[in-house]
Ligand binder design. Structure first.
Ligand SMILES: C[S@@+](CC[C@H](N)C(=O)[O-])C[C@H]1O[C@@H](n2cnc3c(N)ncnc32)[C@H](O)[C@@H]1O
Length: 343
């Protein structure tokens, strides 16, 4: 199997319009916000919108195009956060909640909410370094501000007519699933590979979403691709990647990293069938672990029962010794000398 990395410099709204209906299996993105950071002076940069109305209108158009290019039943993983105004550009205090507005955009465009993940990006101690209002000496009771050290990933599903299909199989190991099944992911918000971007995705976040919601050989799209983290995670996990980034500097920096890739990264003998095989192997490991756990539990129960029996026998012996005239203090001394065994 050979996978392909498509890396596009341009406005995602225009570029998405050039793509065919239903050509993408999974979309993962973290959009720009309208009043948080300025990425470029380009008028089509969503971070340059004049108002929330304009921002939500344009983001809604992008989501509608994404819905068109996504296969029926495909997932759209939207990473964003309800951020503190204190780190925004308009000098207000409090929180900006965009959860409701984003959810409405998705449901208006024929998506249904499928799963939610709370992403703990860093410790409150790290948040304190950049926000003095979180320091204990600045604590204002009745006006307390809590660290905004987490974000969300909302996973939407493009609705299908009739029953939702549920594919079995995955290239996720049993061990990975034990952590990933949680609705709270603790992943340090650090990029890999020297990305030249102020808000890059955590690679591990992308990797998990890709493995959870797609199969080897599928096509993953990021319409606001920034430093190309999603492209990298897709290719390195044997999926095709399409990334669209508006700012030329970000585009070029990522292209430089992609240029250093060895051709071997695009070649893989991985396949959907191999994924199913691996899944079966992991299921067997799970079954073996279950059997082992059951045997250990039974062994523990046998030991507990034996201990109970021994204690009863000791009590009987104590009573007999007492009847034969041995003092309780002498019996205790005798018991202590045998130690823990009879405790
Ligand atoms: C939050 S960042 C994404 C970072 C990315 N997840 C990464 O790993 O680097 C949002 C990106 O959207 C880009 N952007 C803004 N408006 C855009 C548009 N209309 N089309 C494509 N990209 C856009 C910005 O330049 C910025 O790099």
């Amino acid at each position: 199997m050979k996978v392909k990395n498509t890396w596009i410099n341009g406005d995602c709204l225009k570029e998405l319009k050039k793509m065919d209906d239903g050509c993408v299996d999974l979309i993962i993105t973290s959009p720009p916000y309208h009043n948080l950071r300025v990425y470029s002076n380009d008028p089509s940069d969503l971070s340059n919108c004049e108002s929330y109305e304009e921002y939500y209108y344009l983001l809604g158009l992008v989501i509608a195009e994404c819905q068109r290019v996504l296969k029926p039943g495909g997932k759209f993983c939207m990473q964003y956060e309800d951020y503190n105004y204190t780190i925004g550009r308009d000098g207000r205090r409090g929180k900006e909640s965009i959860t409701g507005a984003i959810n409405k955009m998705f449901t208006d465009n024929g998506f249904c909410l499928w799963s939610e993940i709370c992403w703990e990006k860093y410790t409150p101690q790290r948040a304190m370094i950049s926000d003095g209002s979180l320091w204990y000496r600045n604590l204002k009771v009745r006006d307390t501000i809590i660290a905004a050290n987490f974000g969300y990933v909302y996973v939407y599903k493009k609705s299908t007519d009739g029953l939702m299909s549920r594919e079995s199989g995955s290239d996720i190991t049993l061990e990975e699933w034990a952590t990933w099944a949680s609705g709270v992911w603790k992943i340090p918000n650090s990029s890999i590979g020297g990305a030249n971007h102020m808000t890059p995705f955590a690679y591990e976040l992308c990797r998990r979403l890709i493995k959870l919601y797609s199969c080897p050989g599928d096509t993953i799209l990021d319409p606001f691709a920034g430093s190309g983290t999603c492209n990298r995670a897709a290719i390195e996990n044997h999926r095709n990647a399409i990334g669209i980034e508006l700012k030329k500097e970000f585009y070029d920096a990522a292209q430089e990293i992609f240029n250093k890739w060895d051709e071997a990264v695009f070649e893989s003998d991985d396949s959907y069938e191999k994924m199913l095989e691996r899944f079966k192997e992991q299921l067997q490991i799970g079954e073996l672990n279950k059997e082992k756990g059951k045997a250990e539990k039974e062994e523990m129960k046998e030991m507990r029962d034996r201990k109970k029996e021994l204690c009863a026998e000791i009590k009987l012996l104590e009573a007999q010794l007492n009847e034969l005239g041995m003092k309780k203090s002498e019996i205790k001394k005798l018991k202590d000398s045998v130690g823990d065994v009879i405790d």
